[in-house]
Design a protein. Structure first.
Length: 387
């Protein structure tokens, strides 16, 4: 399932040392355009503004589409008779082999690019330990999300996840030097209030087959998962900036592939250690929509999560961890609408108010992005005129 949030340390890109870097700042990022030229050879020059935006939009699409479909498929798995929390955790990262296709298609065209971007500090042992640590944290985070999705309606679950932006803002402040503005603070406050409103609303979250104790557990675990997810994003950003110190598309894929590999192994250990593997055959037989549907549900859930993860890591790489989380939060108000359509979740007054508050919080942060982008482009124009 990381850029620089307001940080002043720009990471060397693929351009040569004599190239003039054009600063294109957006969403609090200070990344030079040249550093965004994924696998481009040094002589290709800085990435154009429209190419940067194309990468942002493409990663946004991956994240929103993947997250929405994966969450709905996860709820479908439980609704149709699935009950294995470890299997639900396993499929959130098990689809990582499909990323080898992307790694092959977008492999570096020039070996010299890797040599230029290599950092002596980024030793194999250090990066391996980081991947293992992040993978284990991701596995724990996925397990908490699995419990939350089991014990809560998907609409409630999705809206509680909006709190992840508030957590990410805190982690970004301490780990990534994120600067707080009144608009960002307002966004954090509103999204936190939105999640809290759902947490104290017992009537809107109680279901006929879920006890009040399980409901509380689902709320706490989903909130904890949101905090852990935000921590993961900030740690990825720190890894990109302080350890790897090179930014190519292959680096993004490596981060996703190796951390997902570790998380998948951890999930497999949990699946067998818990004994849930013994129930999988019975699960397939009792799955309401049939055996084929059972397999396809797990398969497409795994693929959807990988698509979403590429979008997440891609946005961290191109912009920042906080911006990646903002886009993830943008998808959350969309999911309850589909949940009402497909799963007949009850969309009562409390949920509608919570959703509107969450949207308000997102718009508040989105306006801050607009202000930052306008200011940075004006600064860039002044620099070009004076040069």
């Amino acid at each position: 399932m990381a850029g620089d949030d307001g940080s002043s340390n720009a990471v060397p890109g693929g351009g040569g040392s004599n190239q003039e870097e054009v600063q294109i700042e957006i969403a609090g990022s200070s990344k030079p355009a040249a550093s965004l030229a994924h696998e481009a050879p040094p002589q290709s020059g800085p990435v154009k503004h429209w190419q940067w935006w194309l990468m942002v939009v493409l990663n946004m699409f991956f994240l929103i589409a993947g997250q929405t479909s994966a969450t709905l498929l996860g709820r479908f798995y439980y609704n149709e008779g699935g009950n294995s929390k470890w299997m639900s955790t396993f499929v959130q990262t098990a689809g990582f082999p499909v990323l080898f296709v992307a790694q092959f298609l977008f492999r570096p065209k020039s070996p010299s690019t890797q040599a230029i971007n290599s950092s002596p500090e980024a030793s194999i042992i250090k990066i391996t330990l980081i991947y293992i640590a992040l993978g284990l944290i991701i596995a724990a985070d996925d397990l908490m999300y699995s419990y939350g999705l089991l014990y809560l309606p998907v609409s409630t679950y999705s809206l509680i996840c909006a709190s992840q932006l508030a957590f990410n803002a805190v982690f970004s402040y301490f780990l990534n030097a994120q600067k707080f503005t009144p608009l960002i603070f307002n966004s954090v406050l509103l999204l936190t209030f939105s999640a809290s409103l759902l947490g104290v609303d017992e009537d809107s979250q109680s279901t006929s087959d879920t006890s009040q104790g399980n409901h509380v557990l689902g709320f706490v675990l989903t909130l904890g998962a949101s905090a852990t997810y935000s921590l993961i994003l900030s740690l990825m950003q720190v890894t990109f900036e302080k350890v790897i110190k090179r930014e190519t598309f292959s680096v993004v894929l490596n981060m996703q592939i190796y951390t997902a590999f570790v998380a998948t192994l951890a999930s497999l250990v949990g699946l067998f250690a818990s004994g849930e593997w013994k129930t999988l055959e019975g699960e397939m037989h009792v799955f309401s929509s049939g055996k084929v549907s059972y397999v396809m549900t797990l398969l497409w859930t795994a693929i959807s999560w990988q698509i979403a993860s590429v979008g997440v890591v891609g946005l961290i790489f191109v912009v920042s961890s906080l911006f990646s989380n903002v886009i993830s939060t943008l998808a959350l108000p969309i999911i309850p609408v589909f949940a009402v359509i497909f799963f007949h979740d009850k969309m009562d007054g409390i949920k509608i108010i919570a959703m509107l508050i969450a949207i308000w919080g997102f718009v508040s942060y989105g306006y801050q992005l607009y202000v930052d982008d306008k200011k940075s482009r004006k600064t860039s124009s002044s620099v070009e005129e004076n040069s």
